[in-house]
Design a protein around this ligand. Sequence first.
Ligand SMILES: C[S@@+](CC[C@H](N)C(=O)[O-])C[C@H]1O[C@@H](n2cnc3c(N)ncnc32)[C@H](O)[C@@H]1O
Length: 217
Amino acid sequence: MSQLEAPDLYHRWYYEQGVWERVRFLGVPCLKSVSDMWNYQELLTELRPGLVVEFGTRHGGSAMYFSTIVRALGLRAQVFSVDIEPQSLDTRARSYPGIEFWVGSSTAPEVAARIAQLRKEYPGPMFAILDSDHRCDHVLAELRLLRPLTVAGDYVVVEDGNINGHPVLPNWGPGPWEAIDAYEAEHPGDYLRDEASEARFGFTFAPRGFLRRTEGL
Ligand SMILES: C[S@@+](CC[C@H](N)C(=O)[O-])C[C@H]1O[C@@H](n2cnc3c(N)ncnc32)[C@H](O)[C@@H]1O
C-alpha cells in the first residue's frame, strides 16, 4: 500500500464497514467520522460562534456534541437543529441544554426566518453544517437558503460529499460534492475552501465541504 492510497483505503473501510453508524456521543448516535468531529471542535474553538445551525438532526448526538463544545468554550451560543422527521430523536438529546430542535424541511422559508431571528438573538459568527437530504438539488437549495443569512467570516460545512464515488458509493448519483460545484458556478467567490482543515486528518466525509464565507465577488 502506498502512502498516497492509505487515506482513501481507510476512508472506504470506515464507511463501508458502517463504523460511522456506530459512533456515539454520550451514548447517543452521532453519524460521523470521528476525525471530522475533532476538526469541528477545532474550528468552533477558533470561530467562537454565536449560532450553530445543523440541517439533519436524526438522533441528536451531533447537536449534543456541538452544544457541549460551545458551552465548554463559555460562549453564549445556541444550536439550532432541523429535521423533517422527529421520530429518531433520542430522549437524552431532547432535554439537552442549548439546543432548539425544529421539525420541518431545512429548505422551508420558516427555517430561514428562524435563523435570521436567532442571528439577532445570538450575535457573532455562525457555523452551519449541512447533513440532511444528500441529493444534489436539496443541498444546492440549502446553500441558496443560507446565502442571504450568512456574512463574511461564517463557516459552512457541507457533509457527505464523499458519496457518488468521492470515494464511496460510486453509483449514488449527484450529491453534496456536485451541489458545491453547482453553487460555486452560480455564485463564484461566495466561499473560500478551507483546504487545510479539509486535509487535516487525511480523509473526510466532507471533501470540498469546508467553506468559509467571504464577501463574494
Ligand atoms: C445523516 S442524518 C443526520 C445525522 C446527524 N447530523 C448526525 O451527525 O448524527 C440525515 C437526517 O436528515 C433528515 N432529513 C432528510 N430530508 C430532510 C429535509 N428535507 N430537511 C431536514 N431534514 C431532512 C433525515 O430525517 C435524517 O434524520
